[in-house]
Design a binder for this molecule. Structure first.
Ligand code: ADP
Ligand code: G6P
Length: 485
């Protein structure tokens, strides 16, 4: 146990693990979507502490604390909400966070809308968060700020004269200077990041990109030390910098996959698909995930290898996300049309090649899909990590599945030796990889999958927390666990 065991852990993120949704005329509490929540929830369940964030509601007269109290009692840690107005949600969350930083940091700059109004709202909301954080914490706490919505927390806490030990983890990629320099507020953003005591990135490549941007904007930058975490000096100030690939609660997923009712569900899924080979895609519905390209690669597969007709199914499960942003609405339509087109082109009586589900699944159902799938097709155009890839491995207790993984997912840095790496833009390449993977023999599949599972089991979410907190709280240089990248 690291020294942080003595400190109270305070996680601060835009989204809480419980999100309020307005459905059928009333407010309900749902599990928040996405990798950040999947990864952080077991951490707080395990250690206790406080999670500060936005509830997902923008209505002034909703009793948020009341609605979340049962969730909080059951979870075993405290939830503290930061209320946001409709305008703040529009400009800071949908606007600055999801129409500027999200596309820019995923190398999709043509999708950015650099409205100055968004920037001002981002600063105002960060200040609002910092006020709540200052009020609800003490200097004995360890503050762990999560993700791109809240890059200015340490900056505002310091400007208020509030002393806290702060760490920041970026769940998404950090871009190269060519891309980052397009941000009109680049200097202020990079400067704010240097105010944290520890900055964590998903991969060494992200960390390198950050240092390159820092050197461009602050030529006085000096980097000292080697290994997973290093020290950056800027004149008489310094902070730590590290690569900490995030992960999942491996045992939770593997045990769930082994549960009798889940194994039965997996068998029923296979039976419903008449024991054909199952290729599975699971994502938040997001344009970074490469879902249209993936469906086109299935189309290519069926065109190139007609013998596969009637023998393979592609199942795509997409969870609704950011539905109020135009790009996400368009993407949903594009996917539905593509699914229709491919099914129209190839279906024969008794066989429809693509099965598409657009909904949030309960975790046991999701795990049953993972356990049933012969191949996981994980092909984001760019991704910070991609937990779906790790969840699939953890659930594959029979060790005979194949992971086909985008070379542009952060997970590729750790899993490249035993996953089948593909370029998500190369439809022919993916079709060929799928064809080969479908013909791997049992020994090949077993050998690769058991190594993948070992990797994910060892470098699980609790290992990730310990490595981050050791780097964040340990005072001496060089005292860090090896990070496998
Ligand atoms: P991101 O963080 O960008 O959403 P990740 O792959 O890292 O991408 O994490 C996605 C998380 O969302 C995973 O934990 C996955 O299990 C969950 N998820 C994805 N699709 C669904 C779905 N249809 N129903 C429930 N959970 C889902
Ligand atoms: C990614 C981001 C998270 C975000 C999640 C879901 O995982 O890194 O910060 O919470 O997507 O997106 P949402 O906008 O619904 O919070």
């Amino acid at each position: 146990m690291v020294e942080s065991g003595m400190k109270r852990l305070v996680v601060v993120s835009n989204r809480l693990p419980a999100a309020l949704k307005h459905e059928d005329g009333r407010w309900t509490v749902k599990q928040g979507a996405g990798g950040l929540v999947t990864a952080m929830a077991p951490v707080l369940r395990n250690r206790g502490g406080v999670w500060i964030g936005w509830s997902g509601a923008a209505e002034p007269d909703v009793d948020v604390e009341g609605l979340l109290s049962d969730f909080s009692a059951e979870a075993g840690y405290e939830l503290c909400t930061v209320p946001l107005t409709r305008q703040e949600v529009d400009d800071y969350y949908y606007g600055f966070s999801n129409e500027i930083i999200w596309p820019l940091f995923h190398d999709l700059q043509s999708r950015c809308r650099f409205h100055p109004r968004y920037w001002r709202a981002y600063l105002d909301v960060n200040f609002k968060f910092a006020e709540v954080v200052a009020r609800r914490t003490t200097s004995d706490d360890y503050l762990w700020i999560q993700d791109y919505h809240l890059m200015h927390q340490a900056f505002f806490l310091k400007s208020m004269g509030v002393k806290r030990n702060t760490g920041f983890f970026l769940h998404i990629p950090f871009p190269t200077p060519d891309i980052f320099m397009k941000l009109p507020w680049r200097w202020k953003v990079i400067q704010a990041l240097t105010e944290y005591d520890l900055l964590g990135f998903q991969t060494m490549q992200d960390r390198r990109n950050f240092v390159r941007c820092l050197r461009r904007l602050m030529p006085e930058t000096r980097v000292e030390g080697r290994g997973a975490a290093v020290t950056v000096r800027l004149g008489n100030r310094s902070f730590r910098l590290g690569a900490f690939p995030i992960s999942i609660d491996y045992n939770q997923f593997s045990e769930l996959a082994g549960r009798e009712d889940v194994a039965r569900k997996a068998f029923e899924l296979k039976e419903a698909l008449r024991h054909r080979k199952i290729i599975l895609g699971v994502d938040r519905l997001d344009y970074t995930k490469g879902i249209p390209e993936r469906i086109r690669s299935i189309q290519t597969l069926l065109k190139r290898y007609p013998d596969l007709k009637g023998r393979v199914n592609f199942v795509q499960i997409a969870v609704p996300s950011r539905e109020e942003v135009g790009e996400y609405k368009d993407l949903r339509q594009e996917i539905e049309q593509l699914v229709g087109r491919v099914n129209g082109e190839f279906s024969i009586p008794g066989w429809v090649p693509v099965h598409y589900h657009y909904r949030n699944l309960p975790v046991d159902e999701l795990v049953a899909y993972y356990a049933a799938a012969d191949i996981a097709l994980v092909t984001p155009l760019r991704d910070g990590m991609n937990l779906v890839a790790k969840e699939y491995c953890a659930c594959n207790n029979s060790e005979d599945g194949v992971l086909v993984l985008s070379e542009f997912a952060g997970a590729a840095a750790q899993l490249q030796r035993n996953a089948y790496l593909v370029n998500p833009y190369d439809m022919d390449g993916i079709a060929k990889a799928l064809h080969r993977a479908l013909h791997w023999d049992r020994d090949e599949r077993h050998s690769s999958m058991s190594k993948l599972r070992d990797q994910v089991r060892r470098n699980n979410i609790f290992w990730w927390v310990d490595s981050f907190l050791q780097a964040g709280i340990a005072k001496t240089l060089g005292d860090f666990p090896e990070v496998e990248t």
